[in-house]
Design a protein around this ligand. Structure first.
Ligand code: GDD
Ligand code: MN
Length: 395
């Protein structure tokens, strides 16, 4: 790593010290399992930002592949590189926000660490902001002159097109690529609104634009969205889902937290699944007749069928919560999935106890039946959510 003479100051004992020139720009790079992309990216940034006092802040969510160790090793040789290692946390948006808040540089950029974003754009972005004509600069995969051939998923491009239309309505700013993860703005602008950003999902740029009280003047840079250098993508292909979740979070997330709303919705779907499974077992498989709202079947058969149905519904809830509610902490692989499923089963059983227990107590003190049952359900939902968040998807 080359530090030029003007960057370095000599201490009395002759050893070199960190750059004394005031920082001009920080580049925040959120990472999850990007160990093999660190050294090459630092080299590229260094090459592109010659003559500019920059720092690169890697925000790593304790990646199992040792990304943090790699960043620290490189930082040993180059004090412009920093590492924020977050323990027990996951999420691109919150990593980006924390990284941006941690710099003293007047301008801050966020970009992907996997070489899909070209650091050559940074100089132009900085110049656009410094000119005073723009409040935010970002790289668009869909602007004139941009390309996304390396994407490999043409349907995802189309889906983003739809999200873009809604996004324009929300922010009032014409953007060709509001889901972009590559942008730069004055750090002060970010800091003013940081406490109101949601940190959920991946639409941080959109969030910044929608949150700002004044309409930001945006400069677009066409991006050649390159292929990922090493490793694999961690983000979902479900851009529209992410996007809708983001909108919900912005508008109602303060009243009913987004994750709990998702958890509750999945739970309600589980109720439908349980009825469907029960009907499948009793009516379709066993051929029992359904008369006047009940099955003409023995109690034991009904109990057994309903136990199976409940297990099916619970498994359905587990899978859906893993895919959607906790997509940012998704359990993968047979072992973790099985363990998570078992923990979820235990959680649900305890929740059920809380559910019927509360209803029983309330009914005994004279509360109306329906209200007692409803209270039991809400209590169980909160209980299940708290336990699941902590124990099943806790890490
Ligand atoms: N700290 C942290 N925590 N970083 C993460 C996490 C996380 O949970 N998940 C992903 N990242 C990092 C990756 O290591 C990478 O540097 C960057 O965020 C982008 O993640 P990818 O997994 O490479 O995403 P992608 O290429 O599929 O998604 C692209 O499109 C999105 C919108 O469609 C990126 O450009 C995103 O920035 C963009 O929002
Ligand atoms: Mn990527």
């Amino acid at each position: 790593m080359k530090l030029t003479g003007s960057d370095l100051a000599e201490t009395p004992d002759g050893s070199s010290r960190a750059p004394l020139r005031p920082l001009e720009v920080a580049i925040v790079l959120p990472t999850y399992n990007e160990r093999r992309n660190i050294a090459t990216m630092v080299e590229r940034i260094d090459r592109e930002l010659q003559g500019i006092a920059w720092e690169a802040i890697y925000v790593d969510d304790n990646s199992p592949d040792g990304t943090s160790d790699e960043v620290r090793m490189i930082a040993q040789a180059n004090p412009r590189v920093r590492c924020i290692q977050r323990i027990g946390r996951r999420g691109l948006a919150s990593a980006a926000i924390e990284g941006m808040c941690s710099t003293s540089a007047p301008y801050v950029a966020v970009m992907d660490a996997d070489h899909q974003h070209d650091p050559a754009l940074l100089v132009g972005m900085l110049a656009a902001l410094r000119s005073g004509d723009y409040d935010l600069a970002y790289a668009s995969r869909f602007a004139e002159g941009a390309s996304t051939e390396a994407w490999g998923r043409p349907d995802r491009v189309k889906v983003s097109g739809l999200a873009n239309k809604i996004a324009n309505k929300v922010t009032g700013v014409e953007l060709t690529d509001p889901m972009s993860g590559f942008f730069m703005l004055p750090t002060e602008t970010l800091r003013k609104d940081a406490h109101r950003l949601s940190g959920v999902g991946f639409k941080i740029l959109l969030d910044i634009l929608a949150t700002s009280e004044t309409r930001l003047r945006v400069k677009e840079f066409p991006l050649n969205f390159a292929a990922r250098a090493e490793g694999e993508s961690k983000l979902d292909q479900t851009v529209v889902f992410e996007f809708l979740v983001g909108l919900y979070d912005k508008w109602l997330g303060r009243i009913i937290p987004t994750r709990f709303a998702l958890f509750g919705t999945v739970g309600a779907m589980g109720v439908v699944v349980q009825f469907a499974a029960l009907w499948l077992v009793l009516s379709v498989i066993l051929g029992e007749r359904f008369v006047y709202g009940h099955w003409e079947t023995g109690r034991l058969t009904f109990m057994t069928a309903n136990t199976i149905a409940a297990a099916v519904a619970m498994t359905f809830n587990f899978v859906l919560n893993n895919e959607l509610t906790y997509s940012d902490k998704r359990l993968r692989g047979f072992g973790p999935l099985l363990k998570g499923w078992a923990q979820f089963a235990i959680t649900c059983s305890l929740g059920l106890l809380a559910n019927v227990g509360a209803a029983y107590v309330l009914k005994n003190i004279g509360v109306h039946d329906v209200l007692a049952v409803m209270t039991g359900i809400v209590l169980a939902a909160v209980f299940n959510f708290a336990l699941s968040s902590k124990f099943v998807w806790g890490k």
